[in-house]
Design a protein around this ligand. Structure first.
Ligand SMILES: Cc1ncc(C[n+]2csc(CCOP(=O)(O)OP(=O)(O)O)c2C)c(N)n1
Ligand SMILES: [Mg+2]
Length: 319
């Protein structure tokens, strides 16, 4: 049974949704593959850089057509998502298909950036590529926030901020109880860390020495409507995680070499926090570090400009 067959069989929703017109996808969706262990570090970095740009290119087209989304935060998280799904994680469409208990888990706690996740899942063969055209439509499985009862590859329902880390701590404890080597990755927003539930979960993870848990903080310094520092400041963020017993690795969240090293690291006896400095809207000139692009919907012209800028970067990378 192919992934597509089983997808249709399990969800049966695709056929009920007419495909909307989508603004200008002028070529076939790029297919992304897991790099496995054969690729060298340099090969992986080159591949992931391009993959992240392809994801952004497709995501903004989908968001423009759906007239909704959270493009700024989708763009800041794209590099982490491709690095995990295409290189670091022990995961494949067939493992998801058969719900292999040994697969690694990814929880997108900043669930408002669901489209970035769906785009990676579609490009990497976890969901049907055409399903992206149904994003946010009635009866579509691709809701504005990820739902695991609709998409098999989604490991946890998220959207209300502050729940992904507690859920992931539970998953990491379960893996320990199973004596399993599987790992749990959770992607958090920086504004999201203002939710108190995170701090209880951080304390538990540190006290239990959950070295199978990696939390990635997308530190783009912006939340909805304002800067994090002007709302309820988090600094010194790394020191706070360290005080709760975590190993902290600080990275440039758009640098795939640093992301690979940080995600591949495991610190015996401690959970790891990857504190990633990113820009909301990266790399699009009119969007980058602009608070309005939390959930502003791009016009057709703005989609075209973003795609042109991304294409230019892809050309420089030698697409
Ligand atoms: C509990 C809860 N409160 C409020 C919201 C509405 N909301 C959605 S996104 C967002 C801002 C999130 O900021 P951040 O975590 O920094 O995400 P990013 O910058 O990566 O988009 C808010 C307040 C929500 N989803 N859940
Ligand atoms: Mg933020």
């Amino acid at each position: 049974m192919t992934v597509t067959d089983s997808f249709d069989q399990h969800f049966g929703l695709m056929s009920q949704v007419d495909s909307p017109k989508i603004a200008g996808p002028d070529r076939e969706i790029a297919h992304l593959t897991h790099l496995g262990h054969a690729a060298s570090r340099e090969e992986a970095i080159t591949y992931l850089q391009r993959a992240a740009m392809e994801v952004r290119r497709r995501a903004i087209q989908t968001i423009g057509a759906a007239r909704a989304g959270h493009v700024g935060g989708e763009f800041s998280i794209a590099d982490a998502l491709v690095t995990l799904y295409l290189s670091v994680m022990n995961i494949s469409p067939s493992q998801v298909e058969r719900q292999d208990p040994e697969r690694d888990r990814l929880v997108l706690s900043k669930g408002h950036t669901a489209n970035a996740l769906y785009t990676v899942l579609a490009m990497a063969g976890y969901i049907h590529p055409d399903s992206l055209r149904t994003f946010l439509q009635e009866k579509s499985m691709l809701n504005g926030h990820p739902a695991r009862n609709k998409v098999r590859a989604v490991e946890a329902n998220t959207g209300p901020l502050g729940h992904g880390l507690p859920i992931s701590v539970g998953m990491a404890i379960a893996a320990k109880l199973d004596s399993s080597e599987r790992r749990v990755f959770v992607l958090l927003g920086d504004g999201e860390l203002q939710e108190g539930s995170n701090w209880e979960a951080m304390m538990t993870a540190g006290n239990r020495g959950l070295d199978n848990l990696t939390a990635y903080v997308d530190h783009n310094r912006l939340q909805q409507g304002s800067r994090v520092a002007d709302t309820n400041d988090l600094e010194p963020l790394g020191d706070k995680f360290r005080a709760f017993g975590w190993n902290v690795i600080e990275v440039d969240g758009h640098n795939h070499g640093q992301l690979l090293d940080a995600f591949n690291h495991r610190e015996p006896g401690s959970p790891t926090m990857v504190l990633a400095h990113t820009d909301k809207g990266y790399p699009v000139s009119y969007m980058r570090d602009q608070v309005a692009w939390h959930h502003k919907v791009p016009t057709d012209e703005q989609v075209e400009t973003a795609v042109a800028e991304i294409d230019e970067l892809l050309r420089k990378m030698g697409r």
